[in-house]
Design a protein around this ligand. Structure first.
Ligand code: ARG
Length: 462
Protein backbone atom coordinates (compact mmCIF):
# COMPACT_ATOMS: atom_id res chain seq x y z
CA UNK A 1 0.00 0.00 0.00
CA UNK A 2 1.39 3.42 -0.87
CA UNK A 3 2.53 5.75 1.87
CA UNK A 4 1.21 9.23 2.64
CA UNK A 5 4.64 10.55 1.71
CA UNK A 6 5.02 8.41 -1.44
CA UNK A 7 4.50 11.21 -4.00
CA UNK A 8 8.13 11.32 -5.06
CA UNK A 9 8.75 7.58 -4.85
CA UNK A 10 8.55 5.17 -7.75
CA UNK A 11 8.84 1.89 -5.89
CA UNK A 12 6.94 0.50 -2.91
CA UNK A 13 8.93 0.43 0.34
CA UNK A 14 10.19 -2.94 1.48
CA UNK A 15 8.33 -4.66 4.29
CA UNK A 16 11.64 -4.93 6.12
CA UNK A 17 11.96 -1.13 6.05
CA UNK A 18 8.37 -0.81 7.26
CA UNK A 19 9.16 -3.00 10.24
CA UNK A 20 12.42 -1.21 11.04
CA UNK A 21 11.13 2.30 10.51
CA UNK A 22 7.74 2.02 12.21
CA UNK A 23 7.09 3.36 15.70
CA UNK A 24 3.43 2.38 15.77
CA UNK A 25 3.98 -0.79 17.85
CA UNK A 26 4.96 1.48 20.77
CA UNK A 27 3.78 5.02 19.98
CA UNK A 28 0.16 3.90 19.81
CA UNK A 29 0.39 4.53 23.55
CA UNK A 30 0.26 8.24 22.63
CA UNK A 31 -3.13 8.02 20.89
CA UNK A 32 -4.96 10.12 23.49
CA UNK A 33 -2.42 12.92 23.37
CA UNK A 34 -2.32 12.75 19.57
CA UNK A 35 -6.08 13.16 19.35
CA UNK A 36 -6.06 15.92 21.97
CA UNK A 37 -3.37 17.78 19.99
CA UNK A 38 -5.25 17.33 16.71
CA UNK A 39 -8.52 18.57 18.21
CA UNK A 40 -6.75 21.70 19.45
CA UNK A 41 -5.13 22.22 16.06
CA UNK A 42 -8.39 21.69 14.13
CA UNK A 43 -10.25 24.01 16.51
CA UNK A 44 -7.70 26.77 15.95
CA UNK A 45 -7.64 26.22 12.16
CA UNK A 46 -11.45 26.64 12.17
CA UNK A 47 -11.28 29.78 14.34
CA UNK A 48 -8.69 31.60 12.25
CA UNK A 49 -10.39 30.63 8.99
CA UNK A 50 -7.73 28.30 7.58
CA UNK A 51 -10.42 25.60 7.70
CA UNK A 52 -14.12 26.25 7.18
CA UNK A 53 -15.93 26.11 10.51
CA UNK A 54 -18.01 23.10 9.43
CA UNK A 55 -14.92 21.27 8.15
CA UNK A 56 -13.14 21.85 11.41
CA UNK A 57 -16.14 20.41 13.26
CA UNK A 58 -16.27 17.40 10.94
CA UNK A 59 -12.62 16.67 11.58
CA UNK A 60 -13.09 17.01 15.34
CA UNK A 61 -16.04 14.59 15.28
CA UNK A 62 -13.97 12.11 13.31
CA UNK A 63 -11.14 12.45 15.83
CA UNK A 64 -13.53 11.71 18.68
CA UNK A 65 -14.82 8.67 16.84
CA UNK A 66 -11.26 7.40 16.32
CA UNK A 67 -10.63 7.75 20.04
CA UNK A 68 -13.66 5.56 20.76
CA UNK A 69 -12.56 2.99 18.19
CA UNK A 70 -9.11 2.75 19.78
CA UNK A 71 -10.56 2.49 23.26
CA UNK A 72 -12.91 -0.31 22.23
CA UNK A 73 -10.02 -2.16 20.57
CA UNK A 74 -11.65 -1.76 17.14
CA UNK A 75 -8.90 0.30 15.54
CA UNK A 76 -6.82 -1.49 12.95
CA UNK A 77 -3.18 -0.58 13.66
CA UNK A 78 -1.07 -1.25 10.56
CA UNK A 79 2.71 -1.36 10.57
CA UNK A 80 2.61 0.27 7.11
CA UNK A 81 1.05 3.38 8.68
CA UNK A 82 4.43 3.95 10.31
CA UNK A 83 3.31 5.83 13.37
CA UNK A 84 0.29 6.82 15.44
CA UNK A 85 0.10 10.22 13.75
CA UNK A 86 -0.33 8.81 10.26
CA UNK A 87 -2.56 5.96 11.40
CA UNK A 88 -5.03 8.42 12.95
CA UNK A 89 -4.86 10.85 10.05
CA UNK A 90 -5.58 8.03 7.59
CA UNK A 91 -8.60 6.92 9.59
CA UNK A 92 -10.13 10.38 9.95
CA UNK A 93 -9.92 10.80 6.19
CA UNK A 94 -11.78 7.50 5.82
CA UNK A 95 -14.41 8.73 8.28
CA UNK A 96 -14.75 12.43 7.34
CA UNK A 97 -13.74 12.24 3.67
CA UNK A 98 -11.38 14.64 1.91
CA UNK A 99 -11.66 17.29 4.62
CA UNK A 100 -9.52 14.97 6.78
CA UNK A 101 -6.66 15.71 4.40
CA UNK A 102 -6.75 19.37 5.50
CA UNK A 103 -5.97 18.66 9.15
CA UNK A 104 -2.22 18.56 8.56
CA UNK A 105 -2.22 22.18 7.28
CA UNK A 106 0.32 24.30 9.16
CA UNK A 107 1.82 21.45 11.16
CA UNK A 108 4.22 18.57 10.68
CA UNK A 109 4.75 15.29 12.45
CA UNK A 110 7.78 16.97 13.99
CA UNK A 111 5.80 19.45 16.07
CA UNK A 112 3.00 16.91 16.42
CA UNK A 113 5.17 14.26 18.06
CA UNK A 114 6.91 16.88 20.21
CA UNK A 115 3.46 17.99 21.42
CA UNK A 116 2.07 14.49 22.03
CA UNK A 117 5.12 13.27 23.86
CA UNK A 118 5.36 16.40 25.98
CA UNK A 119 1.70 16.11 26.98
CA UNK A 120 2.31 12.48 27.93
CA UNK A 121 5.36 13.37 30.03
CA UNK A 122 3.53 16.25 31.72
CA UNK A 123 0.56 13.99 32.64
CA UNK A 124 2.73 11.18 33.90
CA UNK A 125 4.86 13.58 35.94
CA UNK A 126 1.70 14.80 37.66
CA UNK A 127 0.56 11.25 38.41
CA UNK A 128 3.96 10.17 39.70
CA UNK A 129 4.23 13.23 41.92
CA UNK A 130 0.90 12.26 43.54
CA UNK A 131 2.14 8.73 44.11
CA UNK A 132 5.26 10.12 45.79
CA UNK A 133 3.03 12.06 48.19
CA UNK A 134 1.24 8.82 49.11
CA UNK A 135 4.59 7.18 49.82
CA UNK A 136 5.54 10.16 52.01
CA UNK A 137 2.28 9.79 53.94
CA UNK A 138 2.97 6.10 54.59
CA UNK A 139 6.45 6.93 55.90
CA UNK A 140 5.16 9.77 58.09
CA UNK A 141 2.54 7.44 59.59
CA UNK A 142 5.22 4.98 60.70
CA UNK A 143 7.63 7.71 61.78
CA UNK A 144 4.98 9.26 64.01
CA UNK A 145 4.66 6.04 66.01
CA UNK A 146 8.42 5.58 66.47
CA UNK A 147 9.89 8.86 67.63
CA UNK A 148 10.83 7.18 70.93
CA UNK A 149 12.04 3.88 69.45
CA UNK A 150 15.82 3.72 69.77
CA UNK A 151 17.79 2.44 66.80
CA UNK A 152 21.55 2.45 66.21
CA UNK A 153 22.45 5.34 63.94
CA UNK A 154 25.23 4.16 61.65
CA UNK A 155 28.07 5.42 59.54
CA UNK A 156 30.08 2.94 57.44
CA UNK A 157 27.35 0.46 58.48
CA UNK A 158 28.91 0.51 61.96
CA UNK A 159 27.14 1.57 65.15
CA UNK A 160 27.71 5.29 65.61
CA UNK A 161 25.23 7.16 67.84
CA UNK A 162 21.75 6.38 69.18
CA UNK A 163 18.91 7.78 67.07
CA UNK A 164 15.22 6.98 66.88
CA UNK A 165 13.48 5.05 64.12
CA UNK A 166 11.11 7.90 63.29
CA UNK A 167 14.13 10.11 62.67
CA UNK A 168 15.60 7.51 60.34
CA UNK A 169 12.40 7.43 58.29
CA UNK A 170 12.24 11.21 58.12
CA UNK A 171 15.56 11.06 56.28
CA UNK A 172 13.69 9.18 53.53
CA UNK A 173 10.75 11.58 53.69
CA UNK A 174 13.26 14.37 53.02
CA UNK A 175 14.59 12.52 49.95
CA UNK A 176 11.13 11.80 48.54
CA UNK A 177 10.08 15.40 49.13
CA UNK A 178 12.96 16.53 46.95
CA UNK A 179 11.86 14.00 44.32
CA UNK A 180 8.33 15.40 44.45
CA UNK A 181 9.62 18.95 44.06
CA UNK A 182 11.83 17.92 41.15
CA UNK A 183 8.78 16.57 39.29
CA UNK A 184 6.81 19.73 40.07
CA UNK A 185 9.67 21.96 38.85
CA UNK A 186 9.89 19.98 35.63
CA UNK A 187 6.16 20.25 35.05
CA UNK A 188 6.35 24.05 35.41
CA UNK A 189 9.45 24.40 33.25
CA UNK A 190 8.09 22.18 30.48
CA UNK A 191 4.66 23.71 30.22
CA UNK A 192 5.56 25.09 26.78
CA UNK A 193 3.66 24.31 23.60
CA UNK A 194 5.53 23.03 20.52
CA UNK A 195 2.38 22.95 18.38
CA UNK A 196 2.51 25.11 15.26
CA UNK A 197 6.29 24.88 14.88
CA UNK A 198 5.67 22.68 11.85
CA UNK A 199 8.69 20.90 10.34
CA UNK A 200 11.46 23.16 11.67
CA UNK A 201 10.94 26.78 10.69
CA UNK A 202 7.34 27.71 11.40
CA UNK A 203 4.62 28.14 8.77
CA UNK A 204 3.42 30.77 6.32
CA UNK A 205 -0.18 30.19 7.49
CA UNK A 206 -1.73 32.66 9.86
CA UNK A 207 -2.04 30.31 12.84
CA UNK A 208 -2.68 31.15 16.49
CA UNK A 209 -0.17 29.25 18.62
CA UNK A 210 -1.33 30.86 21.83
CA UNK A 211 -4.82 29.48 21.27
CA UNK A 212 -3.62 25.90 20.79
CA UNK A 213 -1.31 26.25 23.81
CA UNK A 214 -4.30 27.36 25.89
CA UNK A 215 -6.47 24.55 24.61
CA UNK A 216 -3.80 22.03 25.58
CA UNK A 217 -3.18 23.55 29.02
CA UNK A 218 0.36 24.75 28.29
CA UNK A 219 1.43 27.96 30.07
CA UNK A 220 3.37 29.37 27.14
CA UNK A 221 4.39 28.95 23.52
CA UNK A 222 7.94 27.96 22.57
CA UNK A 223 10.10 30.73 21.13
CA UNK A 224 12.16 29.08 18.42
CA UNK A 225 10.80 26.36 16.19
CA UNK A 226 14.20 24.96 15.23
CA UNK A 227 14.93 24.25 18.88
CA UNK A 228 11.41 23.12 19.69
CA UNK A 229 11.16 20.24 17.21
CA UNK A 230 14.55 18.92 18.26
CA UNK A 231 14.19 19.42 22.00
CA UNK A 232 13.78 16.34 24.20
CA UNK A 233 14.98 17.92 27.45
CA UNK A 234 11.56 17.28 28.95
CA UNK A 235 11.99 13.54 28.29
CA UNK A 236 15.48 13.59 29.75
CA UNK A 237 14.12 15.37 32.80
CA UNK A 238 11.46 12.79 33.56
CA UNK A 239 14.07 10.04 33.10
CA UNK A 240 16.48 11.82 35.44
CA UNK A 241 13.72 12.49 37.96
CA UNK A 242 12.80 8.81 37.93
CA UNK A 243 16.44 7.72 38.21
CA UNK A 244 17.00 9.96 41.22
CA UNK A 245 13.76 8.72 42.76
CA UNK A 246 15.13 5.20 42.37
CA UNK A 247 18.42 6.12 44.00
CA UNK A 248 16.28 6.80 47.06
CA UNK A 249 13.96 3.81 46.59
CA UNK A 250 16.95 1.50 46.22
CA UNK A 251 18.62 2.84 49.36
CA UNK A 252 15.45 2.37 51.40
CA UNK A 253 15.04 -1.10 49.87
CA UNK A 254 18.58 -2.02 50.81
CA UNK A 255 17.96 -1.04 54.42
CA UNK A 256 14.67 -2.95 54.47
CA UNK A 257 16.47 -6.03 53.15
CA UNK A 258 19.14 -5.74 55.84
CA UNK A 259 16.61 -4.99 58.56
CA UNK A 260 14.47 -8.00 57.64
CA UNK A 261 17.44 -10.39 57.97
CA UNK A 262 17.91 -12.56 61.10
CA UNK A 263 21.01 -10.56 61.96
CA UNK A 264 19.02 -7.34 62.32
CA UNK A 265 15.44 -8.53 62.75
CA UNK A 266 14.23 -4.90 62.90
CA UNK A 267 11.28 -5.35 60.53
CA UNK A 268 9.12 -8.16 59.16
CA UNK A 269 7.42 -7.93 55.78
CA UNK A 270 3.80 -9.02 55.80
CA UNK A 271 3.12 -12.36 54.11
CA UNK A 272 1.25 -10.50 51.37
CA UNK A 273 4.49 -8.83 50.32
CA UNK A 274 6.97 -11.67 50.95
CA UNK A 275 7.95 -14.65 48.88
CA UNK A 276 9.04 -18.21 49.67
CA UNK A 277 11.85 -20.40 48.44
CA UNK A 278 11.22 -23.39 46.17
CA UNK A 279 13.71 -25.51 48.09
CA UNK A 280 14.17 -24.05 51.60
CA UNK A 281 10.81 -24.30 53.36
CA UNK A 282 11.77 -22.00 56.22
CA UNK A 283 12.52 -19.01 54.00
CA UNK A 284 10.64 -15.75 53.71
CA UNK A 285 12.36 -13.57 51.17
CA UNK A 286 12.18 -9.79 50.69
CA UNK A 287 11.81 -10.10 46.89
CA UNK A 288 9.79 -6.89 46.65
CA UNK A 289 12.60 -4.82 48.15
CA UNK A 290 15.21 -6.66 46.11
CA UNK A 291 13.36 -5.98 42.86
CA UNK A 292 12.86 -2.35 43.83
CA UNK A 293 16.61 -2.11 44.46
CA UNK A 294 17.30 -3.65 41.04
CA UNK A 295 14.87 -1.44 39.09
CA UNK A 296 17.30 1.38 39.66
CA UNK A 297 19.64 -0.23 37.12
CA UNK A 298 16.90 -0.41 34.55
CA UNK A 299 15.76 3.21 34.82
CA UNK A 300 19.37 4.44 34.83
CA UNK A 301 19.84 2.51 31.58
CA UNK A 302 16.89 4.35 30.04
CA UNK A 303 18.34 7.72 31.06
CA UNK A 304 21.81 6.96 29.69
CA UNK A 305 20.28 5.60 26.51
CA UNK A 306 18.39 8.81 25.68
CA UNK A 307 21.29 11.04 26.72
CA UNK A 308 23.40 9.09 24.26
CA UNK A 309 20.81 9.28 21.46
CA UNK A 310 20.48 13.05 21.82
CA UNK A 311 24.16 13.82 22.15
CA UNK A 312 25.67 15.36 19.02
CA UNK A 313 22.46 15.41 16.91
CA UNK A 314 22.45 18.23 14.36
CA UNK A 315 19.41 20.51 14.27
CA UNK A 316 16.58 19.94 13.89
CA UNK A 317 14.48 16.73 13.94
CA UNK A 318 16.33 13.50 13.19
CA UNK A 319 14.78 10.07 13.07
CA UNK A 320 17.13 9.08 15.91
CA UNK A 321 14.66 10.89 18.11
CA UNK A 322 12.03 8.22 17.55
CA UNK A 323 14.16 6.21 20.00
CA UNK A 324 13.08 8.62 22.75
CA UNK A 325 9.83 6.88 23.63
CA UNK A 326 10.31 3.29 24.74
CA UNK A 327 12.75 4.12 27.53
CA UNK A 328 10.43 6.82 28.89
CA UNK A 329 7.44 4.46 28.74
CA UNK A 330 9.44 1.80 30.53
CA UNK A 331 10.75 4.10 33.26
CA UNK A 332 7.30 5.55 33.85
CA UNK A 333 5.67 2.11 34.13
CA UNK A 334 8.48 0.94 36.39
CA UNK A 335 8.04 3.96 38.66
CA UNK A 336 4.25 3.60 38.78
CA UNK A 337 4.20 -0.01 39.94
CA UNK A 338 7.25 0.42 42.18
CA UNK A 339 5.80 3.39 44.06
CA UNK A 340 2.54 1.52 44.51
CA UNK A 341 4.08 -1.68 45.87
CA UNK A 342 6.60 0.15 48.07
CA UNK A 343 3.82 2.20 49.66
CA UNK A 344 1.65 -0.87 50.20
CA UNK A 345 4.45 -2.98 51.65
CA UNK A 346 5.38 -0.17 54.05
CA UNK A 347 1.79 0.14 55.23
CA UNK A 348 1.81 -3.54 56.20
CA UNK A 349 5.39 -3.68 57.51
CA UNK A 350 5.82 -4.96 61.07
CA UNK A 351 8.28 -2.90 63.10
CA UNK A 352 10.15 -4.86 65.77
CA UNK A 353 10.88 -2.01 68.19
CA UNK A 354 12.38 -4.26 70.88
CA UNK A 355 14.97 -5.63 68.47
CA UNK A 356 15.93 -2.11 67.44
CA UNK A 357 16.33 -1.00 71.04
CA UNK A 358 18.31 -4.12 71.92
CA UNK A 359 20.68 -3.41 69.04
CA UNK A 360 21.54 -0.01 70.50
CA UNK A 361 22.90 -1.75 73.61
CA UNK A 362 25.98 -2.94 71.76
CA UNK A 363 28.70 -0.96 70.03
CA UNK A 364 29.26 1.70 72.73
CA UNK A 365 26.94 4.20 71.05
CA UNK A 366 27.40 6.75 73.82
CA UNK A 367 31.18 7.07 73.40
CA UNK A 368 30.83 10.50 71.78
CA UNK A 369 28.71 11.58 74.75
CA UNK A 370 31.48 10.60 77.17
CA UNK A 371 34.00 12.59 75.13
CA UNK A 372 31.64 15.59 75.11
CA UNK A 373 31.22 15.20 78.90
CA UNK A 374 34.99 15.38 79.34
CA UNK A 375 35.14 18.47 77.14
CA UNK A 376 32.59 20.08 79.45
CA UNK A 377 34.89 19.17 82.35
CA UNK A 378 37.58 21.27 80.67
CA UNK A 379 39.50 18.48 78.88
CA UNK A 380 40.67 19.36 75.33
CA UNK A 381 38.64 17.36 72.74
CA UNK A 382 41.63 15.39 71.36
CA UNK A 383 42.53 14.25 74.88
CA UNK A 384 38.87 13.52 75.67
CA UNK A 385 38.71 11.37 72.52
CA UNK A 386 41.75 9.37 73.72
CA UNK A 387 40.43 8.88 77.26
CA UNK A 388 37.08 7.73 75.87
CA UNK A 389 38.94 5.26 73.66
CA UNK A 390 40.49 3.81 76.80
CA UNK A 391 37.05 3.61 78.41
CA UNK A 392 35.73 1.72 75.38
CA UNK A 393 38.67 -0.69 75.54
CA UNK A 394 37.93 -1.22 79.25
CA UNK A 395 34.25 -1.90 78.55
CA UNK A 396 35.28 -4.42 75.87
CA UNK A 397 37.53 -6.26 78.36
CA UNK A 398 34.74 -6.28 80.91
CA UNK A 399 32.31 -7.52 78.26
CA UNK A 400 29.82 -4.68 78.84
CA UNK A 401 28.54 -1.84 76.72
CA UNK A 402 29.82 1.62 77.61
CA UNK A 403 26.24 2.63 78.42
CA UNK A 404 26.25 0.02 81.24
CA UNK A 405 29.78 0.35 82.64
CA UNK A 406 30.22 0.99 86.37
CA UNK A 407 31.08 4.60 87.15
CA UNK A 408 34.01 3.45 89.36
CA UNK A 409 35.70 1.79 86.36
CA UNK A 410 35.58 5.07 84.48
CA UNK A 411 36.97 7.06 87.36
CA UNK A 412 39.96 4.73 87.47
CA UNK A 413 40.73 5.78 83.90
CA UNK A 414 40.47 9.53 84.57
CA UNK A 415 39.61 11.22 87.81
CA UNK A 416 37.86 14.04 85.96
CA UNK A 417 35.05 11.58 85.26
CA UNK A 418 32.68 12.16 88.15
CA UNK A 419 29.49 10.46 89.26
CA UNK A 420 27.32 12.90 87.30
CA UNK A 421 28.56 11.12 84.15
CA UNK A 422 25.95 8.37 84.58
CA UNK A 423 22.99 10.04 82.82
CA UNK A 424 25.37 11.04 80.01
CA UNK A 425 25.95 7.37 79.23
CA UNK A 426 22.26 6.51 78.91
CA UNK A 427 21.28 5.68 75.34
CA UNK A 428 17.95 7.50 75.50
CA UNK A 429 19.48 10.60 77.08
CA UNK A 430 22.12 10.57 74.41
CA UNK A 431 19.49 10.47 71.65
CA UNK A 432 17.46 13.22 73.31
CA UNK A 433 20.51 15.39 73.92
CA UNK A 434 20.96 15.93 70.15
CA UNK A 435 18.18 18.47 70.04
CA UNK A 436 19.73 21.00 67.65
CA UNK A 437 17.57 21.90 64.64
CA UNK A 438 17.50 18.80 62.41
CA UNK A 439 18.85 16.57 65.19
CA UNK A 440 17.54 13.23 66.40
CA UNK A 441 16.01 14.14 69.80
CA UNK A 442 12.45 12.78 70.00
CA UNK A 443 11.08 16.28 70.44
CA UNK A 444 13.01 17.56 67.46
CA UNK A 445 11.95 14.53 65.36
CA UNK A 446 8.34 15.33 66.23
CA UNK A 447 8.91 18.92 65.08
CA UNK A 448 10.26 17.62 61.77
CA UNK A 449 7.26 15.30 61.31
CA UNK A 450 4.86 18.14 62.03
CA UNK A 451 6.61 20.45 59.56
CA UNK A 452 6.43 17.76 56.86
CA UNK A 453 2.75 17.14 57.67
CA UNK A 454 2.01 20.86 57.30
CA UNK A 455 3.88 20.96 54.01
CA UNK A 456 1.84 17.95 52.83
CA UNK A 457 -1.42 19.74 53.63
CA UNK A 458 -0.25 22.75 51.64
CA UNK A 459 0.66 20.50 48.67
CA UNK A 460 -2.82 19.00 48.54
CA UNK A 461 -4.57 22.34 48.79
CA UNK A 462 -2.45 24.01 46.07
N1 ARG B 1 7.40 8.53 14.51
C1 ARG B 1 8.18 9.70 14.53
C2 ARG B 1 8.86 9.84 15.89
O1 ARG B 1 8.45 9.20 16.77
C3 ARG B 1 7.32 10.90 14.30
C4 ARG B 1 8.01 12.06 13.66
C5 ARG B 1 8.39 11.73 12.27
N2 ARG B 1 8.90 12.85 11.59
C6 ARG B 1 9.59 12.70 10.43
N3 ARG B 1 10.01 13.82 9.93
N4 ARG B 1 9.83 11.56 9.91
O2 ARG B 1 9.81 10.56 16.05
Amino acid sequence: MSKMWSGRFEEESSSLLDKFNASIPFDKKLYKEDIQGSIAHATMLGEVGILLKEDSLKVIDALKQVEKEIEKGEFDFQISDEDIHMAIEKRITEIAGDVGKRLHTARSRNDQVATDFRLFVQNKSKELSKQILELIDALLDIAEKHTETLIPGMTHLQHAQPTNFGYHLIAYVSMFRRDYLRFIDSIKRNSVSPLGCAALAGTPHNIDRIRTANLLGFDEVSQNCLDTVSDRDFALEILFNISTLFVHISRLSEELILWSSYEFGFVTFSDAYSTGSSIMPQKKNPDVAELLRAKSGRVNGNLISLLTVMKGLPLAYNKDMQEDKEGVFDSVETAEISLEILTESLKTLKINSEKMEKATEVGHLTATDLADYLVKQGVPFREAHFITGEAVAKAETLGVDLSKIEFSELQKIDSRIEEDVIPTLSLRNSMNSRNSFGGTASKETKRQISDFRNWRIRCTSE
